[in-house]
Design a protein around this ligand. Sequence first.
Ligand SMILES: Cc1ncc(COP(=O)(O)O)c(C=O)c1O
Length: 474
Amino acid sequence: MDTKEFRRHAHAVADWIADYMEGVERFPVRAQVRPGEIASQLAVAPPAQGEPMETILADFESIVLPGVTHWQHPSFFAYFPANSSPPSVLAEMLTAALGANCMLWQTSPAATEMETRVLDWLRQLAGLPEGLHGVIQDSASSATLCAILTARERATGWQANEEGLGATPRLAVYCSAEAHSSIEKDVKVAGLGRKQLRAIPVDERFAMRPGALEAAIAADRAAGIVPACVVATLGTTGVGAFDPLRAIGEVCRREGVFLHVDAAWAGSAAILPDQRGWLDGVEYADSLVFNPHKWLFTNFDCSAHFVRNPAELVRTLEILPAYLQTRERSEVIDYRDWSVPLGRRFRALKLWFVMRSYGAEGLRARVEAHIALAQELEQWMAMEPDFELVAPRSLALINFRYHPAGMDEGAALDRLNETLLDRLNSSGRLYLTQNRVNGAFAIRISIGQTWTERRHVKAAWDEIRSTAQSLEAR
Ligand SMILES: Cc1ncc(COP(=O)(O)O)c(C=O)c1O
């Protein structure tokens, strides 16, 4: 394809994207295809000759689109959002065009210096203390892996990297029983062993019990195991619970244990000064992650990872073959040493576009509006005797279930809610996900998609109620 042809198609694609943003509501939210349906339409061998772009784009519409779950649909209430926005998409287009590998300052000075600056903007916006240094990771999972690796090295006097884990004492990692599965995966990847992850019990609000954390640390020390890292969660995936950071931080300080904070979803709400009480104690954190790619209108992937002592992170991950050495190394940041992969995309650009385009006020207004919508939905639910919240609303996340009068707790009630969820998602009009709260099946509704307005939440609630009533009538 020459640039003349590229220009023609690029204009068409830009138009397609704008139409998609305007018309995404036309699509079913969750793809309504069966397993294998898309694969059966894809050629089993690669084409021998190049095909016209018209044909490829036509196939994109006819084959790919039906198999897409539309995360940018305003009635997407599943999981947590993975937001996009027009300024973010523009930046992604430019990033793709530049195609830069931002592993070293020298390979992309603008990307490096912008990454440092926009993460400091984000730190200020989220009310995080000075002295935290930011880096963009591809995911919260990766940021937490980096934290656990740093904690591992600190706890072994940097011997695990040198000698391997066989030569060091056993290490333990602590998180709440409600923490995200990525912590367990990271503990396994770090070579610590899944059995060395302690799931600390939670209280009635699903938050880690600091007393239980302290007891677990003491038990490990008594058994000759070295406590290496505590991961506190601000905004758990299931119910959005907040671990008590100050109390946990005090334990970590006393015990000399590395404290990492996973605020993957809720961290974006820290841009609202009246919502960030749960950051109290953040000065104890050695590192913290949150995902602008969840709830800050910035395309996946963009995880903001803040570290108190970058030298420890760099010492953990640094490799320096001759071919990566540069003359200005001592004067600049080479972000390759701040994350596991060497190669890095120019991810700061989209954050810069988003923050400049919306401004702090625009970002706050949008996140605030999502929380207000969840509050309103919570009130509507409270007025319906057959619906109940199964955990307190957290920011813009609600866990609820349909519980008709006279129906006891148990498997039949779980099945009723499972059927309700399945009907709702099969309708294509909205998309919600399931959860287990205190062992019972719950439906999870997470508000935060860029285009979601009150009418979408109202329509979702009407759909939930009428579908539930139709189940009962059968
Ligand atoms: C609390 C929490 N931590 C970590 C993650 C993992 O995020 P990522 O997909 O960026 O690794 C999630 C994902 O939803 C999450 O909710």
